[in-house]
Design a protein around this ligand. Structure first.
Ligand code: SF4
Ligand SMILES: [Zn+2]
Ligand SMILES: [Zn+2]
Length: 316
């Protein structure tokens, strides 16, 4: 396989041709920088928090956000934020990788721990909550992560929150929301998340929005980032894994399926957002217990805390 640009040895075959190592790295970086510019993901005076786990997507987005800031000489502060949910045989390795990476690239790292914040690791909380509510680990993890990321980004005075969501993640989310008829969640998708600004919410942005998972994986490998590709032990549970496999099957048979899902979604996203603002029956509140943002009187995290408290009482 030859590179379509220089006839060198190709490392990847894309929809519109094959690329060698150098041309792939340039193509990938240009695509990320174009996304940042086109969707105005980073402003001159932003203080940037990159939500990082130490996995391939977060190391890539952390590296490229730093490179973007340096390239445009933006006098911007940058730091990484890791949430330690407490997942045995998984999180410790990614924390180690992220610490090494941040040290090497001189990036400040903030770590927030679920155990310290809620008194439970995810491994311990999951069986208790699941018994009471049937919730899957990823549901609990998602609620905790969103809560802690926003809280600690804000605490550290971030004005933008960069996440490593890639094209595959977004295509999966669009299909999952469609399967569940959850239009209000879809309204929060897109390169810039959310539908309305709020003082307590740090704006989330996704520079890897148009990068396929296989491209991010290859970028990491070619750049020689130290990253463990082991999956979270809970990743196979829940709807997302099934949707992921289904989309991969489609992509293998019909190239460009995931990109088409994103393209058609982006066309209708402004209408979905507009509609959601009009019918928004549950405007943002402040949680009565913890004072963090909530859709109802009590936020989802405090509701989970209550379930844990009740579950513990029953076990004593
Ligand atoms: S796979 Fe699920 S449990 Fe594991 S880190 Fe992701 S959301 Fe959390
Ligand atoms: Zn080439
Ligand atoms: Zn709360």
């Amino acid at each position: 396989m030859q590179c379509s640009k220089c006839s060198g040895k190709a490392v990847i075959q894309l929809q519109h041709g094959s690329l060698c190592k150098i041309h792939f790295l340039n193509y990938f970086e240009e695509k990320v920088f174009k996304t940042i510019k086109k969707y105005k993901l980073i402003d001159r005076n932003d203080r940037i928090c990159v939500a990082a786990s130490g996995g391939k997507d977060s190391l890539t987005v952390l590296y490229l956000t730093k490179k973007y800031l340096e390239q445009y000489d933006l006098k911007t502060n940058l730091f990484a934020l890791l949430i330690d949910e407490g997942i045995a045989n998984y999180r410790k390795t990614t924390i180690k990788d992220l610490k090494t990476f941040c040290k090497e690239h001189k990036i400040k790292l903030v770590i927030a721990s679920a155990k310290e914040e809620f008194g439970y690791t995810l491994d311990r909380a999951y069986p208790i909550i699941n018994k009471e509510t049937k919730k899957k680990p990823c549901n609990i993890c998602g609620v905790w992560r969103r809560y802690l990321i926003n809280k600690y980004a804000r605490k550290n005075k971030a004005t933008k929150l960069v996440t490593g969501h890639n094209l595959d993640d977004e295509a999966q989310a669009i299909i999952m929301n469609t399967f569940k008829a959850n239009t209000s969640l879809s309204a929060h998708l897109g390169p810039v998340s959310g539908i309305e600004d709020h003082d307590l919410f740090v704006q989330r942005v996704k520079p890897l929005y148009f990068c396929a998972e296989k491209e991010t994986r290859l970028y990491c490998l070619l750049k020689g980032f130290q990253v463990d590709f082991t999956e979270c032990p809970y990743a196979q549970e829940g709807l997302r894994a099934k949707v992921r496999d289904m989309l991969n099957d489609f992509e293998n048979q019909y190239k460009g399926t995931k990109q088409s899902i994103i393209n058609s979604f982006l066309e209708v996203l402004p209408l979905i957002k507009e509609h959601q603002i009009k019918i928004n029956s549950s405007p943002l509140n402040i949680c009565k217990i913890c004072q963090e943002p909530a859709n109802q009187e009590i936020c989802n995290t405090c509701k989970l805390k209550e379930v844990l408290k009740n579950g513990k009482k029953k076990r004593v």
